[in-house]
Design a binder for this molecule. Sequence first.
Ligand SMILES: Cc1ncc(COP(=O)(O)O)c(C=O)c1O
Length: 378
Amino acid sequence: MNINNFINKDKKLLNHGHHGGEIYNSSLKSSHQVLDFSTNINPLFTHDLIKQSYMDSIYEISKYPDTYSTDLRRELVNYFQNKITIKNLIVSAGSMDLISIFCDTFVNLNDEVIIYQPTFSEYTWAVQKNKGKIINVYRKPEDNFQINSDSVIEEMTSKSKIIFICNPNNPNGLLENPRDLIKIIKIASEKDILIFLDEAFIDFCGESNSLVSNISSYNNLFISRTFTKFFGIPGLRIGFGVSSPEIIDLMNRFQNLWPVNSIAQNIAIKMLRSSALIKETLKLISEEYRFLLNELNQIPGLKIYPSQTNYILLNLESTGFSAPELKIKLLKEGILIRDCSNFEGLDNYFIRINIKTRDLNKKFIASLKEIMRSENKI
Ligand SMILES: Cc1ncc(COP(=O)(O)O)c(C=O)c1O
């Protein structure tokens, strides 16, 4: 039997890209020995809060979870101060799930999808899986990788069907101007183009920068959000999408039944109520960004890209190190960074680091400076 003859011919076979957080890699002795600066997760892990909700939820696992996460959607309506309704919401197993369902719902053979690169690589995977045609447009380092709304509008053609925009973008972390985004969304709507707006990191910038509260004004906008990054629970796999009731209804029909387990649904509700964690995180990230910026600026040749979220993109070219070289050297010190060479549109001089607590940031800076010193780079 040749199993390849059995494959669904309407779908394309692809591998996923490499991402941060390769702590399960067998070359690392133990994930606990590695300080992971490669993923963009909130370092304030709320152990006690999670433990309590976990224990409270444990008895619920003997029944199926609510497939539509009704309680969590109600809590989200509260969180967004009734500016959205329960019908604007879909809950999913992380925002990766939303990217996949969105493309399964809307991408057909040869549909043109514009992606602003470099960005999260799984948009490409989800579009190509459905045999859509990717149109890559490149953000420029000299613009700090920010998109330009006038250029985005010019890039829309009669063949464009969907545009993916990540705000703030991964890997650079710079926030787009909400007015520019609104201009793009309005013009796209006139041209019958759907916008997928990935706000996976927007919580770090404050809700006023999110377009969630404006959702009722747009019929062509889908926003993906996640509990992974700001609430620091990637292992639970939970996110949510916000859009028009029509788009949500269509996507519900492409989603699996029972996509999110009851423990994750309950913990997400507790997370939304944890205003102390939210405040503390925003304070920590802005203080630690300034600390890291000051320290990194002391390293000659290091190009630092501005960020408004919990990670920083760096270009190493003038230091004489490539990203893979520095990654290996830091790994010997027990620190894992994100080598960004595999981001479409970046070369092998870019790395991304996660902003953590002061003691961990100090360890990272000390190791980085030591490596630079030992190679006479500073
Ligand atoms: C921009 C962006 N969107 C979405 C995701 C997927 O996150 P999750 O599926 O954990 O919500 C990631 C993960 O790295 C990301 O960087």
